[in-house]
Design a protein around this ligand. Structure first.
Ligand SMILES: Cc1cc2nc3c(=O)[nH]c(=O)nc-3n(C[C@H](O)[C@H](O)[C@H](O)COP(=O)(O)O)c2cc1C
Length: 206
């Protein structure tokens, strides 16, 4: 069995719904087992957002998703990361998860795992590409093998519409107030990325 992990962090649920699509794509490959996990929220954010309806609803929807552990990373042959944008970069919650995996990195235990990214922003030019590219850097330090989102397979990118998708990552635009939902084309590209990571992991790891 090839194992694909789908770890994500999602404050308002956009990345969560994109990661369900990515997980679905990975699960389409015969002989692939998929595990969806969420990166733990900071207590300070839980407190600060405790009266925001959009936050409460999004967290309620995710409450049964298990919290990501470093053992999950060891388990996986392929990893599809769900990383929303914070000031053009990954959120601290995700960085904390990466940084606390230092012993795995030092022992080379993450090397050769196939990986890729799904991201999101509030606005079209708010940093989808920068989040993907800056998140790629620690993944390369881990020794992972990066899978992008080629145009040939993802012609939906060839548009001037305000949707997600770039050669670097699957993505979506949440809207400045978070009220937009992923376009069907965003889900399709996330699904294809999940499948591509699963197929590549299967080829490399059996
Ligand atoms: C502290 C903070 C910083 C953010 N920085 C950016 C940014 O640089 N560019 C942008 O377009 N959106 C930014 N956003 C919006 C988020 O990227 C957006 O809410 C997120 O992608 C939605 O995904 P989610 O629903 O899964 O949380 C920021 C949001 C927060 C809370």
């Amino acid at each position: 069995m090839t194992k694909v992990l789908v770890p994500y962090y999602s404050t308002f649920g956009h990345i969560y719904s994109m990661m369900k699509a990515a997980a679905e794509g990975a699960a389409e490959v015969d002989g692939v087992e998929v595990k969806l996990v969420r990166v733990e929220e900071f207590d300070a954010v839980k407190q600060a957002m405790s009266e925001q309806d959009a936050y409460i609803q999004a967290q309620e929807a995710q409450k049964d998703v298990p919290v990501a552990t470093h053992d999950d990373l060891l388990w996986a042959d392929g990893i599809v990361w769900g990383i929303p944008t914070r000031y053009g970069n990954m959120p601290a919650q995700m960085k904390q998860f990466f940084d606390s995996a230092g012993s795995l990195w030092m022992n080379g235990e993450l090397e050769g795992k196939v990986t890729g990214i799904v991201t999101s922003t509030g606005s079209i030019h708010g940093g989808q590409e920068t989040t993907a590219i800056t998140s790629l850097i620690p993944l390369l330090h881990f020794g992972m093998i990066y899978v992008g989102l080629p145009y040939g397979e993802n012609q939906e990118q060839l548009t001037t519409d305000g949707i997600g998708g770039s050669p670097y990552a699957a993505s979506t635009v949440a809207g400045p107030d978070g009220s937009s939902q992923p376009d069907e084309r965003d889900f399709t590209m996330a699904k294809r990325l999940g499948k591509r990571i699963a197929l590549t992991a299967q080829k490399l790891h059996g």
